[in-house]
Design a protein around this ligand. Sequence first.
Ligand code: HSE
Length: 437
Amino acid sequence: MSGPLKVGIVGLGTVGQGVVRVLQKNAAAIAARAGRAIVVTDVSVRNAAASRDCSLAGIRVHATPEAVVAADVDVICELIGGTDLANDLILAALAGGKSVVTANKALIAEKGNALIADAQARGLSLSFEAAVAGGIPIIKVLREGLTANAIDSLAGIINGTSNYILTQMTVKGQSFADALKDAQKLGYAEADPTFDVEGIDAAHKLTILASIAFGTPLNFAAVATEGLSKVQAQDIQLARELGYRIKSLGIAKRSEQGVELRVHPTLVPDDHLLAKTDGALNAVRVHGNAVGQTVYVGRGAGGEPTASAVIADLVDIARLNGARPVVPALGFTAAALAAQPTPFPILGIEEIESAYYLRLTVADEPGVLRALTTILADADISVEAILQKEPEDHEDARIAIITSVVSGSRFDAALERIRALPFVRADISRLRVEHFE
Ligand code: HSE
């Protein structure tokens, strides 16, 4: 067995402490798998006096991340987050001949192409299993386990905070604001929770998954994103009555026309595994042309689940014993990525085809349904399901419709005509529906 792999951790928050704890408690099994011990030798902390849920005995504690990057270690674990200092630290670590493991989804999604190229040119690893879906080893699944497949689509619950909020609203009838507060208390949310509720965190993760699935360069700007503010309690209820659950999904599909990348609240049939994935759990459905549908479920956040993914990357690096990585960071060779058309064709949200849920508040008058269905029929949109609720205030009725699959532009044109009808009130909800067929 070679000497231990020496690890420096930059940022000793929830995940960093989890990495220290899991490396200590599972030291023997990890060494037996990696062929050598993996030992944290150096860490940086912002506040030396803060209480921590791990033992730092025998570990050098530095006041600055730069001191860890300069220390005598083989690998740097970047766990501070953000896209500026973290980027500089990773570049400095690579320039110093150190491989890097990071859980930083924003950094990889936004600046990953250059960082990966830098690591590759130096023959070093830049690994980021922990950046997507916490403890679910989805990057390894796409990059290695499903490598035989042409992946045509993937869809996932990849933000635990949004899923927690929607679950609380659906199951407990909690308000959005209270559910978000609880998610923050439980430590699921990002430092700025708008990243969670506006779909930005999920868009970062989807960017990474789509690149690895389709062999295209990372392109965060291409993701169309809609947040949870679109979802009202009445939509959750109506969706349930129609046989659906509302989930915030990241969806990536590849067709001959190009790639579609989107994050939005989505109606999912209530018998699909994604509909049953509740609380802060994550789930990713991948469809490959050889394997068919596969689904991966697990904890997408938290100290030890995320540490599980960080340490898997460390074991890969330990096994290399200083040799060049054999698995490309995005699963495709640099030459294959470079051969893709630039810019890669990305479908605009108006071109993307989807079924829709439409909720309208209308005056309770004769002829309303006929006028609505005539507009939809004129646009060649079928009504797959319809639900009308009796007026509660003896004035307005609510109608919820599930449509056939239609392009965004055709649906929106029909919706504009519906909006102009005199009996349709301003409060309209329009969400996409996925059937995974
Ligand atoms: N804020 C993220 C989430 C943490 O809620 O999923 C894990 O990336």
